[in-house]
Design a protein around this ligand. Structure first.
Ligand code: PLP
Length: 377
């Protein structure tokens, strides 16, 4: 049993999340990291590595590759090979690299979405075709009709977020197959950001990497993965791209060039420990997060002016606050002591995103304050 209820005073470190509202009576519930300590296996591995006292350039040992390959097979039933893996310092870096590495004039993605899906193509001087997600059976889903209308021959890259941040959708096998067909039909490479793959909140559901669906899709995919959200080690900056196609991998690597240097020793140490020994912690985390989500859902269902569609993954709830009819729902909740993410950078200012990856007692206080805000209307 791991203790996710343990309060960690993060204001003692200059962490982004708690620093933002330092000195104010505002509980932060925004940037996507959690308030939990990482698994003991990770902390112990880091302590052991620090004890060695020498932190020069590093190679990646075979045991680390084996741990990654086994984790991907165990959790997503996908068999990957060592030579398909390229390390980067973060998934955002990889998104930018992908946009530069794929020859294309424009990039198709969906909206609302994690802002770097829009920023990365722009950095690479590519036009963005952002297609709105649509609501269907209480879930946010892809709008294939709109995608077909918008696609044009200059577009050769689709950027997918699965599971979806901010809308919490876990795409089904059928949905991914349809997307795969769409991408193959239009000769699109798929850059699939699967950073939230381990945070599926329904124990019956398994993450499906789109690249695992067929050899044809594997050959057209750049899959971005990381232990950072899963094991709360985003600050250690270890992530990787899985690229089965040799030519695509060569282009990705060439684009990385000498701009993305060797991996951080402590990041790789944490990654290895987490993938080797973190499963038990992870399954308890998912149960804890599912209980937190239930609290958020109960709160929303008591407040008809708020709306939350089926949230299937992540510790981020995408809440529709348009019926509040306030200028900025984000500002409104800050004034009542809760620092949510503003929906605007994601593509909809009438939404807020609530990070429920925190201790139950903290979440209770967040929801209490939000209820007070709702009662003040
Ligand atoms: C979908 C998605 N991709 C990427 C990232 C950031 O990844 P990294 O810290 O590895 O750059 C986040 C963080 O919130 C995210 O939600």
């Amino acid at each position: 049993m791991f203790n996710f209820d343990e309060i960690v005073d993060r204001t003692k470190t200059p962490c982004e999340k708690w620093n933002k509202y330092k000195g104010q009576d505002v509980i932060p519930a925004w940037v996507a990291d959690m308030d939990f300590k990482s698994p003991p296996c990770v902390i112990e591995a880091l302590q052991k590595r620090v004890q060695e006292g020498v932190f020069g350039y590093t190679d990646i040992d075979d045991e680390t590759y084996d741990a990654m390959i086994a984790f991907v097979k165990r959790h997503y039933n996908w068999e990957i090979k060592k030579e398909w893996i390229l390390f980067t310092h973060g998934v955002v870096s990889s998104m930018n690299i992908a946009c530069m590495a794929v020859e294309t004039a424009s990039v198709m993605t969906t909206t609302p979405i994690y802002p770097h899906f829009i920023k990365a193509p722009k950095h690479a001087n590519k036009e963005v075709l952002a297609i709105a997600m649509k609501e269907e059976n209480k879930r946010w889903v892809l709008d294939f009709e709109a995608m077909e209308k918008a696609i044009n021959p200059t577009c050769k890259l689709f950027m997918l977020c699965n599971p979806y941040n901010p809308a919490g959708t876990v795409f089904t096998c059928k949905e991914l197959e349809s997307l795969g067909d769409f991408c193959l039909k239009h000769d699109l490479t798929i850059c699939s950001d699967e950073i939230h793959a381990d945070l599926l909140l329904n124990p019956e559901t398994k993450h499906i990497p789109i690249a695992s669906l067929s050899e044809a899709l594997a050959q057209k995919s750049i899959t971005l993965m990381a232990p950072s959200k899963t094991f709360n080690i985003a600050g250690l900056q270890a992530s990787f791209a899985v690229i089965p196609n040799a030519e695509l991998r060569k282009n990705f690597k060439r684009t990385m060039g000498s701009m993305v240097g060797g991996i951080n020793i402590l990041g790789i140490t944490a990654l290895k420990a987490a993938y080797l020994e973190g499963d038990a912690w992870l399954s308890e985390l998912r149960v804890y997060l599912a209980a937190n989500l239930k609290m958020v859902q109960d709160f929303v269902s008591k407040n008809p002016k708020l709306k939350l569609l089926g949230q299937e993954a992540t510790f981020l709830a995408w809440i529709d606050a348009s019926s509040l009819h306030v200028k900025s729902p984000y500002e409104f909740f800050v004034q009542h002591g809760v620092g949510l993410s503003d929906g605007e950078p994601f593509g909809n200012k009438n939404f807020v995103r609530l990070n429920f990856g925190t201790q139950k007692s903290v979440l209770e206080e967040i929801l209490k304050r939000m209820q007070k805000a709702m009662d003040s209307l």
